[in-house]
Write a protein that binds this ligand. Structure first.
Ligand code: NAD
Length: 536
């Protein structure tokens, strides 16, 4: 074991052989070959397959079905047929079905954690946050859907004579395209409000995390979601994802800004609506009056959760110069105490990166920063002794403004530390760049924290926490400014976007046309008088 970072190497063996991994206290489930095949049976039938490897060992895990454009077209066609009956089902029935799914999650969730861990290499506590997300979002929309989706009376143009209702119609088939980093949550949480609103859903997960999405599909089926209403098409991004973009009626895309642009372009051409949840280069600001103990704990979680592969994690830590040295020293001591390693138990703080590509990106950001004069405060090394894609949680300081780590999302466990002189400079540094997803500010003065938050250009800002409160407070919308996306999940927006509004206006008495016999001049005069009244 290298000096510096406490590692914990559980006895990771091939779970496909049925051998448990990790220590006592882990889950009671084993994922044997039979169970794997059962889960894979929930994928929409596809013409090809792709090898999926396990990040902890880089050994073969399973063959994922790889759908081509025609497979996806067929999945969407079937979903469109099934959607009609689903939309005609009373909302209370749809709610009951999705409640049964949440109950299923509570009972069998440990197995889902195994699945997500084995195909991402993440720590179990990070996987557990995924289940929390699904439960929070599911419960929220279960409680709010009736009120948000019910027909509403609107003011008519002529009081008493024009009666107007606003109705909410499902789009039809919602395409959910999801990345690999939170594969359970991102397959389920955006789908639940879409289903409640009466849509069918076709999910295209990242190929590497097909099994997690299939676990969700199985859970929904067991809970009573009718056949074809929720489909999972597994496959390559441009092929299967591209076909979802081509055929769905609404797109809920989560992923990189680069792919998001392509999706938006095609959706624009097709004139369909979409939501984009994209990347970030999020800043955490520690003001001089912050509680340093809490800030250090917040930085550890906020920067290294899911090994930094979290869109709302913080990659830039800005500290008031009065406490900079103290905070850096505290981090120097604290970061090496994080337990990193493989295993299906909860005593590990940070798991592996998912792939060689993520490891290479992490390394290149560190190397580039050091070449341009940065100094390592902690970490900095890959950890092949723990598994092929492990990397130490890493803190850099004096990162040059033109370096990769300063400007581009690393999506790995790399954080740059910088000092600021006053609030204005902190705001300027935090708002640097084109992203605007999440931010965090630490201060003992809560009023000051709220005022500071309003100056930050980001879709969510957490005061005295890293990302948890804004993410978990699902009554409030969540999403990005600038290159971090458009549209929102959570809150009223998070379900209404899955519907198109329809206005039904009933005119009682005379229609809105000039009464016969009034004559053109007289009617024009009447309209002008009305315009004068409107202009008052
Ligand atoms: P990615 O854009 O490469 O892939 C995301 C999904 O899009 C995958 O399912 C992929 O197969 C699919 N895809 C790829 N090319 C496609 C195409 N041409 N047409 C349609 N679909 C296509 O993203 P990634 O690198 O896998 O994920 C990491 C990124 O996701 C990071 O930037 C991260 O910040 C972001 N992310 C954002 C949020 C959020 O809520 N804002 C959440 C998680 C991750």
């Amino acid at each position: 074991m290298q000096q510096g970072t406490r590692s914990r190497q559980g006895p990771v063996r091939d779970p496909v052989d049925g051998t448990r991994s990790g220590q006592a206290g882990g889950s009671a489930y084993a994922l044997d070959r039979g169970r794997l095949d059962e889960l894979l049976g929930h994928a929409f039938p596809a013409s090809g397959t792709r090898d999926i490897r396990m990040p902890w060992t880089d050994r073969f895990f399973y063959d994922a079905p790889a759908a081509d454009g025609r497979d996806v077209e067929e999945a969407v066609r079937k979903a469109r047929v099934a959607q009609r009956a689903w939309a005609a089902t009373p909302l209370r029935t749809r709610r009951a079905v999705l409640r049964a799914f949440r109950a299923e999650l509570a009972v069998r969730g440990e197995e889902a954690l195994d699945v997500a861990q084995l195909e991402t290499g993440k720590a179990r506590r990070d996987a557990l946050e995924e289940l929390a997300d699904i439960a929070l979002v599911g419960r929220y929309y279960d409680r709010r859907a009736e009120e948000l989706l019910r027909p509403r009376r609107r003011a008519g143009v002529l009081p008493f004579l024009t009666r107007v209702w606003e109705l909410r119609k499902p789009h039809g088939v919602v395409g959910v395209i999801a990345p690999w980093n939170y594969p359970l949550a991102l397959a389920a949480s955006d789908a639940l409000p879409a289903l409640l609103a009466g849509n069918a859903v076709v999910v295209k997960p990242d190929l590497q995390t097909s099994l997690s999405a299939l676990w969700i599909a199985e859970g929904l089926r067991r809970a009573g979601v009718p056949d074809d209403v929720f489909q999972v098409v597994t496959g390559d991004g441009p092929t299967a994802g591209g076909a979802v973009v081509e055929h769905a009626d609404f797109l809920m895309f989560t992923g990189s800004s680069e792919t998001g642009r392509k999706v938006a372009k095609r959706a624009g051409e097709r004139l369909i609506d979409f939501t984009l949840e994209l990347g970030g280069k999020n800043a955490l600001v520690v003001l001089e009056d912050a509680d340093v103990d809490r800030a250090v704990a917040g930085i550890l979680r906020g920067c290294f959760a899911n090994a930094g592969q979290l869109c709302i994690s913080l990659e830039r830590v800005l500290v008031h110069r009065a406490i900079y040295d103290e905070l850096r020293h505290r981090l120097e001591l604290a970061v090496p105490t994080l337990a990193i390693g493989p295993g299906l138990t909860y005593d590990i703080d940070m798991g592996s990166l998912i792939s060689e590509a993520q490891l290479e990106k992490t390394r290149s950001h560190i190397e580039d920063a050091i070449e341009r004069g940065a100094r390592l405060v902690s970490g900095g090394r890959a950890r092949p002794d723990l598994g092929p894609w492990f990397h130490e949680p890493t803190i850099l300081e004096r990162v040059a403004a033109d370096s990769l780590a300063a400007n581009h999302e690393t999506f790995g466990p790399v954080v740059s530390l910088a000092a600021f002189a006053d609030e204005d400079e902190a705001v300027r540094l935090a708002n640097r760049g084109t992203y605007g997803l999440n931010a965090s500010v630490w201060t003992r003065d809560l009023g000051r924290g709220r005022r500071f938050a309003t100056r930050i250009r980001a879709g969510t800002v957490n005061v005295n926490d890293a990302y948890g409160p804004a993410w978990a407070s699902v009554d409030a919308p969540m999403g990005g400014f600038g290159d971090s996306g458009s549209g929102r999940r959570h809150g009223a927006d998070g379900i209404l976007k899955y519907t198109a509004s329809q206005t039904v206006a009933v005119q009682t008495g005379h229609p809105l046309v000039t009464p016969a016999g009034l004559g053109h001049d007289l009617s024009a005069r009447a309209v002008r008088a009305w315009l004068r009244w409107l202009g008052r």
